[in-house]
Design a protein around this ligand. Structure first.
Ligand SMILES: [Mg+2]
Length: 307
């Protein structure tokens, strides 16, 4: 979300009606949307709100809560998004201003304010808000990137394991079943050796696309190892886990995969384990059981589902 030149909402908290009217007029002229508070209490109520304006001009001297106190409360709240606060004051003594800055004000303006100065101060505030927003977006992108497998875009091993632990806790809380499926492409090493790693990568990506297309929104799919995938299926007991794994197997093996080396047929083996949510299950143990079932699927001829 980009903060627009106009459009940005500013809270003006000012008890003096003339000064308030003046602020409202210039801000609107500059294209800002203006929210008005007549005193500190009202300002705080508005700033507490999740949809609060992110930029606030607070008069220092107001009956009830003064600007400093509102400022302090905003900072104590420690919200995920930043509120940029410009303190408006008739005082110009240095120690007073320091007090305002210490309470968490970002900037101040002395009254009577100069319109051009206000304009410049607001531009600085908007820039800070934009930078903060970019930072939050970049952090979120990094967090997401760190949880993804770079080749296929699905969850990586540690992320899908985190999801499994979360879903397992939920399953115990709700006494609802949970199935875990371990899938492994058959003879993948041989495919890689025969057709090369580019074709191998294409097979992995297409396998993931087919798996992802046959699971529900609330299922999780992660790359567990090279050609090994872990699926977490909330709400599924062993019977429906087996059924779902068979559906996924059919989707994966439905037709050969197009690669630069031609169309290559793939098969996949599946191991399923489930918990009923009534007895405590350790996630490692559950995965281990799915792994043992996968081993049986391999042992019994591959391209099949076992529990
Ligand atoms: Mg006042």
């Amino acid at each position: 979300m980009k903060i627009q030149e106009g459009g940005l909402r500013i809270l003006v908290a000012e008890d003096d009606p003339i000064s308030r009217r003046l602020l409202e007029t210039v801000l609107k002229k500059w294209g800002y949307e203006v929210a008005i508070a007549n005193d500190g209490e009202q300002a705080w109520r508005m700033l507490e709100n999740e949809e609060a304006p992110r930029l606030a001009i607070l008069d220092w001297m107001m009956p009830g809560l003064d600007g400093i106190e509102v400022c302090r409360r905003v900072r104590e709240r420690n919200a995920p998004t930043y509120t940029y606060i410009l303190l408006l004051t008739a005082r110009s003594q240095r120690e007073d201003l320091l007090q305002g800055m210490e309470a968490g004000a970002d900037d101040y303006l002395t009254k009577p304010f100069d319109a051009n100065e206000l304009k410049v101060r607001l531009r600085a505030g908007r820039r800070i808000l934009e930078l903060q927003e970019q930072l939050i977006n970049a952090q979120a992108a990094l967090r997401d990137q760190a949880a993804r497998d770079p080749l296929t875009g699905i969850w990586n091993r540690s992320a899908v394991f985190d999801i499994l632990q979360r879903e397992l806790a939920r399953s115990e809380r709700d006494a609802s079943p949970l199935a875990v499926v371990m899938a492994d492409l058959d003879h993948f090493k041989k495919l890689n050796d025969t057709f090369g790693h580019l074709a191998g990568d294409a097979i992995l990506r297409e396998t993931v696309r087919r798996m992802a297309g046959s699971i529900r929104n609330y299922d999780a799919l992660g790359r567990y190892g090279g050609e090994e995938f872990l699926l977490v299926l909330p709400g599924c007991d062993l019977a429906s886990g087996l059924y779902r794994a068979e559906q996924i197997r059919r989707a994966v093996t439905s037709e050969p995969v197009d690669t630069s080396e031609g169309r290559i047929a793939v098969t996949c083996s599946f191991g399923v384990a489930a918990t009923d949510g009534l007895n405590h299950q350790n996630s490692d143990h559950l995965v281990h059981r799915a792994d043992a079932a996968l081993f049986r699927a391999k042992h019994n001829g591959r391209n099949r589902v076992e529990s």
